[in-house]
Design a protein. Sequence first.
Length: 93
Amino acid sequence: MSSSGARKKLPPGAVILKPGSTEQTETGSWRSLKPVIDEKKCTGCGICWLYCPDMAISEGKPPKIDYKYCKGCGICANECPVKAIIMVPEEEK
Ligand code: SF4
Ligand code: SF4
């Protein structure tokens, strides 16, 4: 902040989505890497479900990934304690 305490006037922003419209945004189209679960390694701990920012993983052993909403961020693969999730290039579907 400047010493005068004056605030800089910001240009108007834009809100693109209406509240409650998350389901309409299929973030799966953003993906270049896709998480794949190794069912033999998975313990069903639910940590990937907990960390997924898009709620694209359901609980279970193994969990299910909804690729319509998975944006391929890789957080699930990073957080999985037994490294049961690998990220593969999207074309290897
Ligand atoms: S974090 Fe890993 S071990 Fe735990 S449920 Fe997910 S895939 Fe399975
Ligand atoms: S890659 Fe990201 S968005 Fe996709 S399931 Fe894992 S944590 Fe969720």
